[in-house]
Ligand binder design. Structure first.
Ligand SMILES: *Cc1c(COP(=O)(O)O)cnc(C)c1O
Length: 383
């Protein structure tokens, strides 16, 4: 089956209602002692207690596992919870973790605060230098984390090269695949052990629920399942329903996000107030060759650096009056968003005169209206 077909069928029951209903449950009643005793070992997808899931979550987990080409998948209450669970599943005191410098900020913080306080040391490597990774590996390096393209700055990583280097040495790789989703890139097909997604973004797709997914190989699964169980992860059945519903349209939504985003990125590249656009599908992007080689499409998130000298006040004039690109965090929903942050400062790096930066999420509006909104915004910026 092709991915766009798989996404329609994955994890769905084949009789009864088209969509798995919302099961609300903590207590599950057993018929008799024999059934009770059978349920005690919490076999995967056995209906025994609400925290271990219901058909609403089981079917979504099956869908995610199938889309990721994974042995199994589990759900987390947020994308960050998916990341922190995956890390805790494999890291012990005395271990060493490598993360790309462009890693999602809260994941960096988790390594530097929570893991550091529990005896796990972390280093941050240049995301685009796969060859430079090997000298950074230590005897106690247990996990190499990947995120491609990177948060805010959108560096593409050579995931197959890094994954094969790590697998040969028994080092676990965990990839944050939120930007691509498994429709565009399947980390496990390229040798990665664990793929995490902030389902909050494109899977849910409508900006109305928080969720994370963790999908992995059969080898990685026991440690992951144990961590997810021991940490008490579970998600609301309503949110699982929203994610299952969002999933079915992911294919068509991503096509539209990607098509409009490329139009917007190319248009922005020609504006005098724009210094650089970071969006791997752009031929001028330094990650373009890797993107072409490994990815089957794109999504709608990009980074835009404005020309040097643009002040916060000019940014305020631009973003305060936008009609389509509204000011807000997160992304992956149907709507366009603008998020003015300073990538280096956000990473705790002191950079003198850091140029003004906007992260744009290109939504499903008509692209002509998006270009008009940006053109008017840039006129206000210059005024
Ligand atoms: C948003 C995001 C997360 C975290 O997801 P939440 O659901 O907000 O916790 C993780 N990774 C990336 C790349 C993200 O953009």
């Amino acid at each position: 089956m092709k991915p766009d077909t798989r996404i329609i069928h994955a994890g769905r029951p084949d009789t009864g209602p088209v969509n798995t209903p919302i099961y609300r449950a903590s207590t599950i009643l057993f018929r008799d002692l024999a059934e009770f005793d059978e349920g005690k070992d919490h076999a995967r997808h056995a209906l025994t207690y609400g925290r271990y899931g219901t058909p609403t979550t089981f079917h979504l987990e099956n869908a995610v596992a199938e889309l990721e080409g994974a042995h199994a998948a589990t759900l987390a209450p947020s994308g960050l919870a998916a990341i922190t669970t995956a890390l805790q599943a494999f890291l012990r005191p005395g271990d060493h973790l490598l993360m790309p410098a462009s890693v999602y900020g809260p994941a960096r913080r988790f390594a530097q605060q929570f893991l550091a306080a529990r005896g796990v040391a972390s280093d941050f490597y240049a995301a685009t230098n796969a060859a430079g990774l090997e000298p950074l590996l230590r005897a106690n390096t247990r996990v190499v984390y990947l995120e491609s393209p990177g948060s805010l700055t959108f560096e593409m990583q050579d995931i197959p090269a890094i994954a094969s280097l790590c697998r040969a040495r028994g080092i676990i790789t965990i990839a944050d695949n939120t930007w691509a989703t498994p429709l565009v890139f399947r980390p496990l097909d390229h040798g990665v052990d664990v793929s995490v997604q902030a389902a909050t973004k494109y899977l849910v797709g409508h900006s109305d629920a928080m969720m994370g997914t963790i999908a992995c190989t059969a080898t990685a699964w026991p440690a992951l399942a144990e961590a997810a169980t021991d940490l008490g992860l579970c998600v609301s059945p309503d949110d699982a329903f929203l994610a299952s519903r969002g999933l079915r349209t992911l294919g068509v939504r991503l096509q539209r996000h990607a098509q409009s985003a490329l139009t917007v990125a190319q248009w922005l590249e020609g504006r005098p107030d724009v210094a650089r656009v970071a969006y791997p599908p752009l031929p001028s992007d330094p990650g373009h060759a890797l993107w072409r080689r490994d990815y089957h499409g794109a999504s709608g998130l990009m980074g835009v650096w404005l020309r040097p000298g643009v002040e916060r006040e000019a940014i305020r004039r631009m973003v305060d009056n936008m009609t389509c690109f509204r000011l807000g965090g997160s992304w992956g929903g149907f709507e366009s968003l603008v998020f003015p942050v300073a990538p280096s400062s956000a990473r705790g790096l002191a950079v003198a005169d850091e140029p003004a930066y906007l992260r744009l999420h290109v939504g499903l509006e008509d692209v002509d209206d998006l270009l008009e909104d940006l053109a008017a915004g840039l006129r206000r910026l210059r005024a």
